[in-house]
Design a protein around this ligand. Sequence first.
Ligand SMILES: [Zn+2]
Ligand SMILES: [Zn+2]
Length: 162
Amino acid sequence: MAIFAEGMTCRICERPLMNGQSVRAFSPFVANEADSLSFFSDAVFHEECFCRHPLSGDAESRYKIVLDRYKPANRVCAVCNQLISDPDNVFSLGHLTSDETHALHRYNYAHFHRPWIGQWPQLAQVAEFAAAQMESGAWRGSGMQITADALRTAMIDRETSQ
Ligand SMILES: [Zn+2]
Ligand SMILES: [Zn+2]
């Protein structure tokens, strides 16, 4: 969580946030550095600066979705449909694509019991997609690399266990 503290600077105007000013604070909610909304990730803003930004509405709606999808009560495994109670046992896909017509859009923020991901019927498709996104630069940053690597490893594990 981005914690607001006096002396932090607004990412838009780069001036300090002062006590008593209305502020907006965002936790690191966009892992993809190539995503235009990554500007808002892990950052604080003056309320006024934030509201004037052309992407503030998009940032607000994405942030709301992320907070909702990562609530413990919403961490349901996409393979077995059970609630994932152990936070160390969860693998989450994060934001795959903003394209609502894309076949994988419905798997944005999908969660899995780690050992179960190999059983997921869409694994090959998503692993391929992730590799192509990294390759084209549509996904950038260590968070996206971790996701792409985890999917590739799960694919290899599945192939070798068959
Ligand atoms: Zn500002
Ligand atoms: Zn499961």
